[in-house]
Design a binder for this molecule. Structure first.
Ligand code: PEP
Length: 249
């Protein structure tokens, strides 16, 4: 279960949220892994407050370069200096607002792996693409670009998040069956890369709330969630985490 804080947080408020999440997560079953992806300036604070807890922390994007004259960019190695575990790459907001191509996202995933981080590769279709019947083509292209440049061993270490663009921050969640269909498709594509790749965690993201979490996580190929808005409230985020532990598949 991974929280994506997006561009939210202030140093004065983060301490409460991080401390509450760490305390609540310590009571979860061991099988439920919890992480929070925070804005870069708060990586040091996350490291200070979460070290020694069961909660991992992560970054929301990394550069496709490992260093050099790239003003404003943050290299995966720099995030690694702060004990980061996860790096979200290819979030739909980056693909849309920063015109990130599938190939650029793939390079970012590769840089993250080289730095010892676990990339959370986001894929998803817009409403227009879904209505045009091109969902599999779109997310297939997005995932293929990543799988094409990774070895089987590297690919087995990634996390994939299916986030339909029309469900992000809109309050509209994919129906559990709709999400499961896409996850089954992604699982099949991962299997084509290799047997060990088929078991990478597949997260669902898009308006997950305490009320809909259990039904979504109950789907066969949904292994967890990437949680945006609801990860900013410890009560909601922890309720979603608890929903995951009631599910066995
Ligand atoms: C996200 O931004 O990754 C996300 C899933 O957002 P939300 O849960 O707010 O829809």
């Amino acid at each position: 279960m991974v929280g994506n804080w997006k561009m939210h947080g202030r140093i004065s408020d983060n301490a409460t949220l991080l401390t509450e999440v760490a305390a609540g997560a310590s009571a979860l079953q061991k099988g439920v892994r919890v992480g929070v992806c925070v804005p870069c300036p708060y990586l040091a604070q996350s490291q200070a407050l979460l070290s020694g807890s069961v909660v991992q922390w992560g970054i929301q994007d990394v550069s496709a370069h490992s260093g050099g004259a790239f003003t404003g960019e943050v290299a995966a190695e720099m995030a690694a200096d702060f004990g980061v575990t996860y790096a979200i790459v290819g979030h739909s907001e980056r693909r849309a607002y920063h015109r990130e191509s599938p190939e650029l996202v793939a390079s970012k995933a590769q840089r993250a792996i080289e730095a010892g981080l676990t990339p959370i590769v986001c894929v998803g279709e817009t409403l227009e693409e879904r209505q045009a019947g091109t969902t599999e083509q779109i997310i297939g292209t997005q995932l293929d670009a990543v799988l094409a440049i990774l070895t089987e061993e590297q690919a087995a270490g990634i996390v994939v998040a299916y986030e339909p663009v029309w469900a992000i921050g809109t309050g509209k969640t994919a129906r559990p069956g709709q999400a499961q269909d896409v996850h089954a498709f992604l699982r099949h594509k991962l299997l084509e890369k290799g047997a060990s790749v088929a078991s990478v965690p597949l997260l669902y993201g898009g308006s997950v709330k305490p009320e809909n979490a259990e039904e979504l996580f109950g789907q066969k190929d949904i292994d967890g969630g990437l949680i945006g808005g609801a990860s900013l409230k410890s009560k909601d985020f922890l309720a979603i985490c608890r929903a995951a532990q009631t599910v066995t598949h």
